[in-house]
Each structure stands twice: as structure tokens, then as C-alpha cells.
Write a protein that binds this ligand. Structure first.
Ligand code: SF4
Length: 93
């Protein structure tokens, strides 16, 4: 159902005819680590995540897999430090 509370207008699995069914009856606001992510939605009561109702919990278990701002950094890093590919590339020359 479409959210009628903090993320009004956003389709959400926790929204029911009786109201928000998430723990506490509402989403939790984003945390500092979320800043810069393109999944953030702003409402009059604060900033929330479009994907997860509890961003802090997501980050507490090894980071957020959907974070747009962190993923790019990881991809760049893995490209730079992939010794296997680098050695294969070097052998071709
Ligand atoms: S997707 Fe992850 S990083 Fe982005 S706002 Fe949601 S919880 Fe935060």
C-alpha cells in the first residue's frame, strides 16, 4: 500500500489499512552514513530511506548493500587493486 505517514506517496509493504505495521508504527530516520545516498526521501518530519524502514539496523550488519554513494567507491577500489587481472594484462603485452 502507499504510505500515508512519513513517506507519504511511496509504495510500502508495511502500510496497511490500519496504518503503518512497522516496528513502532513508523520508519526510522536515516543515519549519518546515509548522507549522499540517492535513496533518501525528505518529508516534513525528516529524511528517510526509500528502501529500508530502519537504516541504522541495515548499517549495523556490515553496511548497506543498496547505498548508491558507497557502492561506487567500492567498485573503483576493486578495479585498482585486482592483482590477478593486472598480471594477466601485463602478460599480454
Ligand atoms: S539505501 Fe542504505 S545508505 Fe541509502 S538511505 Fe537507505 S539505508 Fe541509507
Amino acid at each position: 500500500m502507499v504510505c500515508q505517514t512519513v513517506k507519504a506517496g511511496v509504495e510500502c509493504v508495511f502500510m496497511t489499512k490500519k496504518g503503518c505495521g512497522f516496528n513502532g508504527g513508523s520508519c526510522y530516520a536515516i543515519i549519518e552514513k546515509c548522507e549522499g545516498c540517492n535513496k533518501i526521501v525528505e518529508s516534513t518530519s525528516g529524511k528517510y530511506c526509500r528502501v529500508y524502514p530502519d537504516p541504522a539496523a541495515k548499517w549495523s550488519v556490515g553496511g548497506c548493500p543498496t547505498a548508491s554513494h558507497v557502492k561506487k567507491v567500492k567498485e573503483e577500489t576493486s578495479q585498482k587493486i585486482n592483482p590477478l587481472k593486472a598480471s594477466k594484462r601485463a602478460q599480454k603485452h
